[in-house]
Structures are given as C-alpha cells and as structure tokens.
Design a binder for this molecule. Structure first.
Ligand code: ADP
Length: 159
C-alpha cells in the first residue's frame, strides 16, 4: 500500500497545454484513486510553448472541482518522482492505436526500472479522441478558436 494506506497515482505528461482529453482521463482517475498528482514533466529536451509554471497555472484553473487532485512538476525519471511521492500507479491516457506503441514501450521501460510501479491506461471518451496539445498550439498560432479543445478556464486565459 502507499503512504497512509492511500492509493496514490501520478499522471505525468507535458500538458502543453492541458486539453479536454487530459481532463477526461484525470477525472476518471480521480474517481479510482485516493489521490492523483498531475505532474508536468520539466524536460530540457522538449521545450514547450508554455513555461512549466504557466502549464501548472492552467491545470490548477481546470481542476477546481477535483479535491483529490494536486498539481506539481518534476524532472528526471518519472518512477523516481513517483517513489518520492509514495505513489504506486502511473496514469496515462490512450486515444487511438497510434498512442499504443509508444505508451506500451514507456510502460515496459518503467516496469523494468521498478517492479512496484504499475501503469494504468484510461481510454478517453470518443468526443475527445481527436484532441491533442499539438493541435491546440497549431490553432492558437493561427489565431483560431480553441474553446472546443480545452477546459473553459484555459480558453479564458490563453484563448
Ligand atoms: P507526453 O509528452 O508525456 O506524451 P502529453 O501531455 O502529450 O504528454 O500527454 C500526457 C498523457 O495524456 C499521455 O498518456 C497521452 O497519451 C494522454 N493524452 C493526450 N491527449 C489525450 C486525449 N485527447 N485523450 C486521452 N488521453 C490523452
């Protein structure tokens, strides 16, 4: 069991920015675990459109009705961060078969690094299947309307 017998999950990702697809997975995860920490990966090889601080701010604005969700950021290996937080679950979302190969490899790498941490995959609702942070950035860069892709709080801040 995790800290104080709580089941803690980490939901790691770039979240550059958080989308309705991410939020859908997060909401379902929050119902399954005692605590979910949505953690922005601060990856020096992957410079985003938004700073890590901004991404956290956008997430915070989107999760006001999810009391057992915390926002954080981390660098380095996800499994080390998970251990530090007393988490035994990594939560990831799947959209289409195209996500599967990458996610399976990532999950197997993490499994090889730590037997104690398991990845749980949740499949998004079909209406969010087509949403990605990259398409949101593309739309933003071209002056389009992102309100159908991101939580309304996020659209207010960056839309
Ligand atoms: P990463 O750079 O780690 O892939 P992302 O922010 O792109 O970070 O995605 C984080 C997680 O959310 C991944 O598991 C990804 O497959 C999932 N995800 C992204 N978009 C969606 C969506 N529309 N529906 C469900 N899951 C999604």
């Amino acid at each position: 069991m995790d800290n104080n017998n709580q089941k803690i999950a980490i939901y790691p990702g770039s979240f550059d920015p958080i989308t309705l697809g991410h939020l859908d997975v997060l909401k379902d995860g929050a119902k399954m675990f005692d605590k979910v920490i949505i953690a922005v990966a601060d990856n020096p090889n992957k410079t985003g459109m938004f700073s890590v601080e901004k991404r956290k701010e956008l997430i915070k604005a989107s999760i006001k009705d999810l009391p057992n969700v915390e926002v954080d950021s981390f660098s380095g290996l996800t499994i080390n961060y998970a251990k530090e937080k007393g988490a035994t679950i990594l939560l990831r979302g799947l959209r289409a078969v195209s996500d599967f190969e990458y996610e399976m490899q990532l999950s197997q790498n993490n499994r090889a690094l730590s037997e104690d941490i398991k990845t749980v995959f949740l499949i998004t609702r079909p209406e969010y299947n087509f949403i990605s942070s990259s398409s949101v950035k593309e739309i933003l860069n071209n002056g389009g309307d992102i309100s159908k892709f991101v939580p309304k709080e996020v659209a207010k801040i960056i839309g």
